[in-house]
Design a protein around this ligand. Structure first.
Ligand code: FE2
Length: 233
């Protein structure tokens, strides 16, 4: 071990690092592939976002960071995860769905809002795979998944200073009533832009997401949901 690595190890502890967790490592490789080879649809803003995500992620993978311990947690919506993964494995995002299935027992599903509307608490949750809180430690990027039940309306929200992309893994969904998106579709939400998501009646919807922005914003997103509540998602 060289001196830098020794110092990093001393700072982050001698616990497991990314490459000690091959299933997590390969899931991140799926994100890297997705943001490297997917289309930008001719959009300069999407091209720039995709580049930021993949360059940050490539640097994280090369750095082989420490894994931060997080307790696994479920929410009512995770009863829909098996179906979402089954659907995902049949579609354009099959390799991402299969990689996620390998770590499903370790995921920390949570809500982004201190006071959740009761109806939404049964129909939505998200989990992070990389970010300031881990499990893969990174201050400049958050990667995760959000899962919705069929027939869900995720209320209008926005996140100042954070740029967000969603890529659907399974299910049909709409944002701001603008179109119906299928597995593989990418939507970019620029900082502060309000967005509202609805899902179709038949199946759950699983979206991969990426957040970029200043480290302070990613660590404390300060999202607003239909007004003044704060959280993330
Ligand atoms: Fe969002």
């Amino acid at each position: 071990m060289d001196q830098d690595a020794a110092e990093t190890g001393a700072a982050e502890g001698a616990g497991p690092r990314l490459k000690d967790n091959p299933d997590v490592f390969y899931l991140l490789r799926e994100f890297e592939t997705l943001y490297r080879f997917g289309s930008d649809g001719g959009s300069r803003a999407i091209r720039a976002h995709r580049r930021r995500v993949r360059e940050t992620l490539s640097a994280v993978i090369a750095r082989n960071p420490a894994m931060l311990a997080r307790d696994a947690a479920t929410k009512p919506i995770t009863g829909h995860l098996s179906r979402a993964l089954d659907l995902g494995e049949r579609g354009a995002m099959g390799s991402m769905a299969r990689a996620l299935r390998e770590i499903r027992a370790r995921l920390t599903w949570e809500y982004g809002y201190e006071r959740m509307p009761a109806a939404l608490a049964r129909k939505y949750a998200y989990c992070e795979v990389l970010g300031p809180r881990g499990p893969v430690s990174c201050e400049a990027l958050v990667l995760g998944f959000v899962l919705f039940a069929p027939d869900t309306t995720y209320p209008q929200h926005s996140h100042p200073d954070i740029e967000e992309s969603y890529v659907s893994v399974a299910g049909a969904w709409s944002e701001n009533e603008a179109a119906v998106y299928a597995p593989g579709s990418l939507i970019l939400n620029r900082p502060g832009e309000a967005h509202r998501i609805t899902t179709g009646p038949a199946d759950p919807c699983l979206l991969a997401y990426a957040w970029t922005g200043p480290a302070a914003a990613l660590a404390a997103p300060g999202m607003t949901l239909s007004g003044t509540r704060t959280g993330r998602g």
